[in-house]
Write a protein that binds this ligand. Sequence first.
Ligand code: S3P
Length: 441
Amino acid sequence: MSNHILIKEKINNFKKKINVASDKSISIRSILLASQAVGVSKISNLLESEDVLNTLKAIKKLGINYKKKSGDYFIEGFGLNNFNIKKKITINAGNSGTLARLILGLLVKSKFKIRLIGDKSLSKRDFSRVIKPLRLFGVNIHSRKNSLPIEILGTDYLRPISYNEKIGSAQVKSCIIFCALNTPGTTQIKAKKSRNHTEQLLKSLNYPIKVNKVNNIDKISINGLSQFKSFKHIIPGDISSAAFFIVLTILSSNSEMIIKNVNINESRIGIITILRRMGATIKLKNKKIYKGENIANIFIKSSRKLKGINCPSYLNSSAIDEFLIIFLVAAKAKGISTFKNLGELNKKESPRLDIALKSLKMMGIKVERKKDNIKIFGNPNLEITKNINIEKYLKDHRVFMMACIAALSFGGKWKIADKDSINTSFPLFLDILKSLGAKIN
Ligand code: S3P
């Protein structure tokens, strides 16, 4: 079966209420924490994408049983560090940086060696960012080039650390928090702001974790070795998946959309702040709080008068997975948009900054780059009439989805490879587009 799609027509005039994929970050964290809880946890509306299914496979390999009943997942944990393995095992994290980095923090007391591997894309990614703090805790961890495969052998002699997390990476912060759960004493982290779902989940379990916010830094302290009971969690929609439909609606004429039940945690909604400043109409309705997480329906309308933005870099981490799609709005806005310090984008599932700039140039948009700072020269009359071929880019789900939205918003004849990459985070992406009237072959 062919793994590319063809889009030859723009889409306009839709008015629709949709649900998007469940939150990937919260799905992965809920499974991993359920594996450490005492008793059977129930997780509802879990994202059934490859990254999350790989997380379920990983805990199963570690001797944790789960079953699915009437759409809900039931996971039986035996408390902290009670994995049940009797020999060396291999865990395959597939494409998921989140799974690979977070689970390392839970393997730090394993009596047998554990080998962690991943797909081609994950094997190119940097793991020094988690290897370094784990070694400070006293963990035995080996890798040849600070990348996968990694071997980890647990120890009973973990010591708490004080760590300054300067990247603004939630994966690094969460790996340290997970290791701290298994470590006696109090671990302190000074973390540049990033998504805080791990902290919220632990707080909702009454785990002894404290967070003090000081400007753009979170000062976190965690007491280790405190057991927690099993829990129930209902996973909300993922703003990173909603992002594609938010932008599609903004860029299409005469269209409106409501995206129901989306997580709008303050550390994730950089895209909303940025697009509003660019002139988009986005409203958050029916707001509620569930276990410390803010949730709302997102209402979006076509926006005719978009303007360029000088995007402050303090918003980078809260929009880290959304820049590809934000760039499409910048391409159609009046004036120049500037974005700074976006080097982290090249450390994702593919070198996203390089790919985004290459794709924008293919669309006829002028871009300039100095180191990790970029300028996009918007064109409010942007209409593509030529053929565009987006080939394989290490099978990056967000690159594929960005290209689909560009094709449906700007026209042209697009051939986009790696359809299957959507299974990483948003398996129903193309089905939802088709339900809006998109013609996709
Ligand atoms: C994630 C954190 C982010 C993000 C990734 C999911 C998480 O990565 O890009 O898609 O769930 O913790 P970094 O922490 O490396 O920025």
